[in-house]
Write a protein that binds this ligand. Structure first.
Ligand code: C2E
Ligand code: CA
Ligand code: CA
Length: 890
């Protein structure tokens, strides 16, 4: 089989003639279909499966025969026509992807090349977006390659262009890494997803190149960038790349660029297999582990550890179907096994899978808890060797767990050094806390010790009060902010820690995560003992030293932040909140509300109680921050002078009007009345109290406050038990939606208030669910639920009917407004670049109908469905197999 492409220079044309021909025939070439993408396979080093393809342009000319990029790309760049070719390639790539899916074939991510000039000559981002949208290609399957050599010029501009692709959910790859002189510089400024290492290094495959390759892979992993080696031509190349942990390979060893449907490519795919999305996610996390950096190594010439592996024993191990399998191991690992009489990796596998051995049982136990603890160790004895197995969790998916394992079996019993236990203590601490800082209270600054939450890094200041403030503003969930500021209050910190009776105090706050969600975190403030020389205390702390021993003068507090693993902690939090709000309710019962400034202010600041007050006409006069936040208002001006009816946040306002009349006319106190209101698209259960306000013996208005019952239940983990709410998305479930619908119908029948039903179908949901797994699918649904709730605002109701179907109910909107709403929904969902840090594309179709027109809920559903089907016909990205189209999107 001839893998090299034959590249005779076209016929007898001179280069100048050919150039001229290319420039004058580019339109013909595009229209005539002479320009086509060929695809070169990319192979996963760890599994040998096809994990991607690169689209490379070919010009099959009727006169000159096959032309290659090195001929036509420079000509088109010089004549500033290159964007025509690139746009055509992008559209063809997307179209072929769609055809592939329509034939029911498996697909892999596709990368394509952009020229520097594309960014000047057209809006290449929109070209790509449109192609992806028209053919329904999820953005995470498209990777943009930009060659390194062009990035040196106009760096800032290029970075902003690439950032746009990146933020939208495409991967941006640096092509030909190492070919230019500014490679490292560029890395500093832009977060590439992948480095394609220039083929020159394998081409001149000497010791120097090997060292460079090993270092590049090592560095890329530290920067969390994937690596791909280009120009892999021999088995020797492959073996070396596998050993240094380069994740992907591309080159003539696997295949040359070819049409996707040619026999050769079909044969290749059948032979090596295609990586599925779940496999990709699983394997890329294993690939991100760095086999090199896990200890010191010496890469200098003449050194005996010439095979570029670490001096620490390392293996990646997979646990699946109750059995361990070693995926990869280094030489030190295998030598270590030999040391204690285990002659091969297979023998080690046999032993650890042999249930009769204690080590096998212990190893299984370790696996059971490692997902939660991330790090575990196992001590056991073989002969007179004490062995320590350390394992770190890499990833889990579909019942498989991948671990990084290091076995230290060279330590003879009794020879263990104290240093080891110190190391272990530190590892445990690092694994337990996401973040550790030291707060120097007297000096007023914060010293980062370790962590990834990035307090000081992020803001580039270390002044404690300033960091706290900035952090609260940008990272802490709005409703936790006040509490956070109090907890972190500089002046009272020592006092509060001491008052607790222990050496530390804890609190829980919600912090922003990379995907934009919030997660509960536990904050621990530990007072660092002041006297540095107290011998007994220090002895017990001896193995617990921080990397840089803190200077122990003055008041110092260690701040540790960790995730909340245990539901108990959340329940605790909820309890704490409850008593907090009860205490505040007590305050307001202390009738002279308006006069007691201190208590009033305390109430106004409270995080959980929404307080408002109204005049005699039931118009809002004011509200506290919590109230405004609860409804998503930015200013109190948005409600002043309006009544509940003006705001439209009760489906049926009558009972509330009656209550308020009783307060205003008869001076009644309404205590803890259960009710419902619409907040950000959901019908919420609230408990409200209202009291008359007197001035000079006359009722001049009312003051009310309420708490959201479900917020409370949600915090204590009981949300799942509420039958009307969908536990996945947090919006109404089918039952909840149905009862809301009947309330709307009732309103129509009694008061002729019309309402509309908007049906939303998530076209790409089945594909996402299948590709990324149901766990991720649920996160996507939750994100959609959040987004829809946000769009719905306070006057519409959102429900999740089943898998890919959502519904919004709305009163009193015109057809124009509803059309606009549908449009907004589709646009907002497709604009979501990623969920939980993972790129995915949410294609949705929305349709609406109104009750007054059809008079029947079932008819409304049918009408909405017809509208959706109609929309699908206009969208090539959708196929036409009716309601099951969703499953064929990927
Ligand atoms: P590139 O992106 O670095 O693409 C890899 C090139 O190396 C391809 O040449 C490929 O055929 C070749 N190659 C692949 N494996 C091996 C191997 O094992 N050994 C050797 N010696 N070569 C290998 P091709 O297709 O001629 O493309 C040349 C360059 O033209 C590409 O370099 C890329 O920069 C550019 N190019 C190709 N297609 C397009 C396109 O659609 N748009 C733009 N703007 N540029 C393109
Ligand atoms: Ca390329
Ligand atoms: Ca390249």
């Amino acid at each position: 089989m001839d893998l090299m492409e034959s590249r005779d220079i076209a016929g007898d044309a001179t280069p100048a003639q050919l150039r001229n021909y290319i420039v004058t025939h580019i339109d013909d070439a595009i229209d005539g279909g002479w320009i086509r993408p060929y695809y070169q396979p990319v192979v996963r080093t760890l599994t040998g499966k096809l994990c991607g393809v690169e689209a490379l342009a070919r010009w099959d000319d009727p006169t000159y025969g096959m032309l290659f990029p090195d001929t036509f790309i420079p000509a088109l760049e010089d004549s500033r026509l290159i964007h025509l070719l690139d746009s055509s390639i992008v559209r063809q790539v997307c179209k072929q992807y769609r055809e592939c899916v329509a034939r029911g074939e498996a697909t892999v991510p596709i990368s394509f090349n952009l020229s520097r000039l594309d960014f000047d000559l057209c809006d290449i981002f929109s070209v790509v977006e449109k192609a992806a949208h028209d053919y329904g290609v999820p953005r995470h399957l498209l990777n943009i390659e930009i060659t390194e050599s062009v990035l040196g010029q106009d760096t800032a501009l290029m970075i902003s262009h690439m950032g746009k692709f990146h933020d939208a959910g495409y991967q941006v790859w640096m092509d030909d890494f190492g070919s230019g002189y500014s490679s490292l510089n560029i890395l500093k400024y832009f977060d590439f997803d992948e480095l394609k290492i220039d083929m020159e290094f394998l081409n001149r495959f000497g010791e120097k190149s090997k060292t460079i390759l090993a270092s590049v892979v090592d560095m890329a992993k530290k920067l969390e960038i994937q690596t791909l080696a280009e120009g892999v031509e021999t088995d020797e190349h492959r073996t070396f790349l596998r050993r240094i942990g380069c994740e992907k390979m591309q080159g003539y060893l696997f295949g040359k660029p070819m049409p996707y449907d040619c026999d050769e490519f079909v044969e290749l795919r059948d032979r090596i297999g295609i990586e599925s999305t779940p496999e990709r996610l699983y394997v890329s996390e294993i690939g991100a582990m760095n086999m090199l950096t896990l200890s010191e190594r010496d890469l200098t010439a003449g050194n005996s550890t010439k095979d570029y592996v670490t001096s620490m024993s390392i293996a990646t191990v997979e646990f699946s179907d109750g059995r361990f399998k070693v995926l990869d191991s280094n030489r030190v690992f295998r030598e270590g096994l030999a040391n204690v009489g285990i002659t091969s990796v297979e023998e080690a596998e046999r032993r650890i899978n042999d249930q009769h051995r204690p080590v096998a049982r212990n190893a299984r136990e370790l696996v059971n808890r490692i997902e939660e603890t991330k790090f575990a160790r196992l001590d056991y004895v073989i002969g007179d060797y004490a062995c320590v197995m350390r394992a770190r969790h890499i990833t889990s998916r579909g019942g498989k767990i991948a671990l990084l394992v290091s076995i230290d079996d060279t330590i003879k019993l009794g020879e263990r050094r104290r240093h080891d236990s110190m190391f272990d203590m530190l590892s445990v601490m690092y694994d337990m806390y996401d973040h550790v800082d030291i707060i120097h209270l007297d000096e007023g600054y914060i010293e980062p010790v370790y962590g990834n939450i990035g307090l000081t890094k992020q803001f580039e200041v270390t002044e404690f009060d300033r960091v706290t403030e900035l952090f609260a503003e940008t990272e802490v969930y709005a409703r936790d902010r006040e509490r956070y500021m109090q907890f972190m209050d500089h002046d009272t910190m020592i006092e509060r820690i001491d008052a607790g009776g222990e050496n530390y105090i804890t609190e829980f706050f919600r912090l922003r995560q990379s995907g934009g969600d919030y997660a509960w975190k536990m904050y621990i403030l530990i007072r660092i003992p002041e006297s540095p020389d107290a011998p007994d205390e220090l002895d017990s702390l001896a193995s617990f030293k921080l990397p840089k021993p803190p200077d122990r003068s003055g008041n110092q507090v260690m701040l540790c932040i960790r995730g909340v693993l245990n539901t108990h902690e959340v329940v605790l939090r909820a309890r704490y909140d409850e008593s907090f709000s009860e205490a505040a309710v007590g305050l307001i019962d202390d009738t002279p509300i308006m006069t007691d400034g201190g208590k009033w202010r305390a109430l106004m600041r409270d995080n959980d109680i929404n307080v408002f007050w109204k005049d005699r006409e039931r118009r809002f006069v004011g509200a506290n921050n919590s109230f405004l936040k609860y409804y998503g208002f930015t200013s109190v001006d948005q409600i002043i002078g309006k009544t509940d009816e003006d705001m439209g946040w009760h489906i049926d306002p009558a009972p509330y009007q009656k209550d308020e009349f009783r307060v205003l006319e008869e001076g009644e106190h309404i205590e803890n009345a259960a009710g419902k209101c619409i907040v950000r698209g959901e019908v919420r259960d609230i408990i409200a109290s209202k009291h008359p306000v007197y001035r000079g013996g006359r009722i001049v208005g009312l003051v009310g406050y309420f708490i959201d019952v479900e917020d409370k239940l949600g915090e204590s983990g009981m949300l799942e038990e509420l039958p009307v709410r969908d536990p996945i998305t947090g919006v109404l479930n089918y039952t909840g939606l149905e009862s809301a619908t009947w309330r709307y119908v009732d309103m129509y029948q009694r008061h002729r208030v019309d309402f509309a039903m908007v049906s939303i179908n998530i076209e790409s949901f089945q594909a996402i669910n299948k590709g990324f797994g149901p766990e991720f699918g649920e996160k996507v649904l939750r994100r959609i639920g959040d987004e829809l709730s946000d769009i719905a605002g306070n006057q519409r109701v959102v429900g999740h009917v089943y898998a890919d179907r959502f519904v919004i109910l709305s009163q009193g909107e015109s057809d124009e407004e509803l059309k606009e709403l549908c449009n907004e929904i589709e646009q907002r969902l497709i604009a979501i670049p990623q969920v939980d840090g993972m790129s995915c594309t949410i294609y949705a179709l929305a349709g609406f109908s109104r009750f007054s027109e059809l008079g029947d809920i079932e008819e409304m559903k049918r009408r909405n469905r017809d509208q959706r089907l109609e929309r699908r016909k206009q969208w090539p990205g959708a196929t036409d197999d009716g309601d099951v189209i969703t499953s064929s999107l990927l």
